[in-house]
Ligand binder design. Structure first.
Ligand code: PLP
Length: 375
């Protein structure tokens, strides 16, 4: 699905020398590259504070802790997403309130958010799924009216931007109270292991986040609050410093690959190419097709695999059908869009190193299979 080797080879000299410098300094934890990367990411995103941490899941957990969410508080998020949000909500004893998504964009539906609010609701976690921003203007308006926190999960959309109706343009993660991201290797900005970060413009919140991520201390061995141990290690920060200046170019390459796929599939009956949401650009963390009920997705997946083409189902089950999160508030059929998407989506290889030959080989085989199934 991704070609991390070729991407590394293109940056080898700079990456290797960044790593060597950290090794020479033996500054593995809290070395200078961590602060430098945080400063550079602040500049790139246009936010006041970036606090790096160990992974994107921790980022979400620390964000919820820093906002003072307490057991029983309701947190609204999408039913069609990666598990992290539901996981940290459960771990903190909060109450996950799920809502359905838009059938075209896969993004959380603001109308359903509004309908799910109760006096116990404290926060909304929009997930900028597959690379485009949820409708943040609508979500922020709801949050303002109802006095709710907004934590943006931007693990799949770093570098995407959103345009408000007054023309203001903001980067994914810089609009809510806290933005959370992941630097998992296959992410649009990925390191060579685990990594994550939180962003905010609020100085007090930034201070809280830093303390929580560091065992609840701001002075060494003085633990004022309960925290966790969640650090981005310096080797990862050194790699991310090399890659960050390439992020826009990487996202442009993903868009070129998406445009190739679009063109190959747009007039093929039975597959729906990814819909671009309004007000946001797309950074194509995933290129996800929706197949019609008449096509057999598993057979297509197997056919592609026989041709040496990987494909993935993001996600085979919505959160409310995952064993760990089954909840009698949400019986089967409760979120029909999410459930249908889980049966119909298929993501194709998407990364920065796809060649025209590879794109042609992949798309020709998809079309061949579909024509065969139809005949
Ligand atoms: C939408 C979303 N949120 C959160 C995460 C969690 O990130 P991590 O794997 O770094 O914990 C991911 C990672 O895949 C993700 O896709």
């Amino acid at each position: 699905m991704v070609d991390l080797k070729s991407q590394y080879l293109n940056l080898k000299k700079a990456v290797d020398s960044g790593l060597q410098e950290v090794i020479d300094q033996t500054s593995f934890i809290k070395g200078p590259a961590v602060q430098q990367f945080q400063d550079e990411l602040e500049e790139y995103l246009g936010v006041k504070y970036v606090i790096a941490c160990a992974n994107g899941t921790d980022a979400l957990q620390i964000a919820m802790m820093a906002l003072g969410l307490k057991p029983g508080d309701e947190v609204i998020t999408a039913s069609f997403t990666y598990v992290s949000t539901a996981e940290v909500i459960a771990l903190l004893g909060l109450n996950p309130v799920l809502v359905d998504v838009n059938p075209d964009t896969f993004l959380i539906d603001p109308g359903s958010i509004e309908a799910a609010i109760t006096p116990k609701t404290k926060a909304i976690v929009p997930v900028h799924l597959f690379g485009q921003c949820a409708d943040m203007e609508a979500i922020l308006n709801i949050a303002r009216r109802q006095n709710l926190f907004v934590i943006e999960d931007t693990a799949q959309a770093i570098g995407a931007s959103y345009t408000f109706s007054d023309g203001t343009v903001k980067k994914a993660g810089s609009m809510g109270n806290i933005g959370c991201t992941s630097f998992f290797p296959s992410k649009n900005l990925g390191c060579f292991g685990d990594g994550g970060a939180m962003y905010t413009d609020d100085e007090v919140l930034a201070q809280n986040i830093r303390m929580i991520a560091n065992h609840g201390q701001s002075i060494q061995y003085h633990h004022d609050i309960v925290g966790v141990n969640s650090r981005l290690d310096t080797l990862q920060a050194a790699i991310l410093r090399v890659k960050l200046p390439h992020l826009d170019e990487y996202n442009a390459k993903r868009n070129q690959a998406a445009a190739y796929y679009d063109n190959a599939f747009k007039s093929v009956n039975g597959i729906k190419i990814p819909t671009r949401a309004t007000k946001t650009n797309h950074v194509f963390h995933q290129y996800t097709l929706q197949l019609s009920d008449l096509l057999n997705r598993d057979e297509l997946k197997n056919y592609l695999s026989e041709k040496g083409i990987p494909s993935m189902i993001y996600y085979p089950l919505p959160l409310h059908k995952q064993k760990a999160y089954i909840d009698n508030r949400y019986p089967e059929g409760h979120f029909p869009i999410s459930e249908k998407l889980c049966e119909r989506v298929l993501s194709l290889p998407m990364h920065t190193e796809l060649t025209i030959e590879q794109l042609e080989y992949i798309s020709t085989n998809v079309v061949k299979f579909i024509n065969k199934q139809k005949s």
